[in-house]
Design a protein around this ligand. Structure first.
Ligand code: GKR
Ligand code: MG
Length: 437
């Protein structure tokens, strides 16, 4: 059913949902271990004037089912009227509070991902129809080189995917480092050196929550010694620390970190830590949706909110979050999970259009080696992705690569992300704990 002010300029006539799997190394985190493949879902919206709009979201059977459930709502809609489509989606998707996010490092909700996929694909269509980049439709381009941060992980040996947990002894540079184990400060520094040399990143994040805080703090101090005070550092224990540990170890890191990300759980816990230490706190775990914003303002739970268009309901919603952050004096940074080039393009358009983005964005992109967009792997220049100038997102699907990645999905047997089960394959009996140290 058309919205009151639909443009009648174009209509969505087809919606295709393709689950894919990309090789992923055995990276450690608070919830366990990455599987040999990460799952993504690619959405294509086709219109009656022959355009195709793209989006990519974290993959799972639940997300695919949620997307399929709104197909008949999406077909017939006007991609230029996001408000009308979003209102219709809201009637179809079951309500979802921030509690449905779950206690894992990533976000377990589906509704926000349906919104995100539709918003991004419609913006891609709108950009293609109007002949402008998505960033222009988000309010205008404020930077055409979007800076990303190196994202380090403790890891076991191996590169995942086709290579399984083996190692290619011929590989050199970052390709070799990507396969090597990194389980102590020296391994983390070596990983950082290779990643920075390959991609030119100017800031560095370490995924924590894997080992006792003293060990992760030692790794951060080793990075600080190696890269000096001009390279901003971040540590993200994914809320595995108690409030007391967060204060103790946060004090150790004053003057060393750019920000400490989610040391502990809940807005109240974060607020207590924030009052006790002189270090900015960032979050993608305690303030994760619009429902959480009143609590964030009341409790002053963090200094920086990490947006992620997959989990905040799209690019328009992320811009709304940025406006809230401006109003309430929060900084904005960007969270990531494993992703391919469609998401990297969407993140880059968002970064290009967000006036108050003052931090380099997170990206897992260097951990993958495959790509599903034409032209293959997107290049970084001095740690930045240059905003594509073509209309829309500026990326086209490589149909053969998509078919291969879909085949990998069918063969890998994974239906959702479960890092606990993967860790148990290496460490029998290993159990996730929402708070560990
Ligand atoms: O990829 O293991 C991972 C991360 O732990 C990811 O799932 C988190 O969502 O990167 C994320 C974060 O900043 O919390
Ligand atoms: Mg985080």
């Amino acid at each position: 059913m058309p919205g009151a002010t639909d443009s009648f300029f174009m209509r969505i006539t087809e919606m295709h949902i393709t689950p894919i799997a990309l090789g992923d190394p055995p990276l450690l985190n608070a919830a366990g271990l990455h599987a040999p493949y990460c799952l993504r879902t690619v959405v294509e919206l086709r219109t009656d004037n022959g355009l195709t709009g793209l989006a990519e979201v974290p993959g799972s059977v639940a997300v695919d089912q949620a997307l399929a459930a709104v197909r008949d709502t999406v077909i017939g809609s006007d991609p230029l009227n996001w408000h009308a489509l979003r209102a219709r989606l809201a009637e179809r998707c079951s309500p979802e509070t921030s509690g449905a996010r779950g206690d894992k490092p990533w976000d377990g909700r589906t509704r926000v991902q349906v919104y995100s996929a539709m918003d991004v694909a419609c913006l891609d269509l709108a950009g293609r129809a109007l002949g402008v980049p998505v960033a222009t439709l988000l309010g205008g381009i404020v930077r055409d080189r979007v800076p990303y941060s190196a994202y380090l992980f403790y890891k076991f040996e191996g590169a995942g995917g086709e290579l399984g947990f083996g190692i290619d002894r011929e590989a050199t540079g970052w390709a070799a480092a990507r396969q090597q184990a990194a389980l102590d400060p020296d391994g983390i520094v070596a990983q950082a050196e290779a990643m920075v040399a390959e991609f030119g990143f100017k800031s560095i994040k370490l995924k924590g929550g894997c080992f006792e805080p003293s060990q992760e703090v030692a790794a951060i101090k080793a990075l600080h010694r190696r890269f000096g005070p001009d390279v901003p550092l971040r540590l993200d224990p994914n809320a595995l620390w108690t409030v007391a540990s967060s204060i103790q170890w946060g004090r150790e890191l004053e003057g060393v970190l750019e920000y400490l990300e989610d040391p502990c759980r809940t807005q109240a816990g974060m607020a207590e830590v924030r009052r006790a230490i002189k270090l900015p706190l960032a979050t993608n775990m305690c303030t994760t949706s619009f429902d959480d914003l009143p609590g964030s303002v009341r409790l002053e739970s963090e200094d920086i909110i990490l947006t992620d268009h997959h989990f905040w309901g799209g690019l328009h919603s992320s811009m709304e979050l940025a406006a809230h952050c401006r109003t309430f004096g929060r900084g904005v940074s960007m969270h990531s999970n494993n992703h391919a080039g469609i998401s990297l393009a969407a993140m880059t358009h968002l970064g290009a259009a967000m006036p108050n983005l003052s931090y380099a964005l997170d990206t897992h992109y260097p951990w993958q080696s495959e790509e599903i967009v034409v032209g293959g792997r997107i290049q970084f220049e001095d740690g930045c992705v240059v905003l594509p100038k073509e209309p829309g997102l500026g990326v086209e699907l490589d149909c053969d690569a998509l078919a291969r990645a879909h085949e990998a999905y069918r063969h890998c047997g994974l239906t959702e992300r479960n890092d606990e089960v993967e860790m148990q394959k290496k460490v029998p009996g290993w159990k996730f704990a929402a708070t560990r140290w």
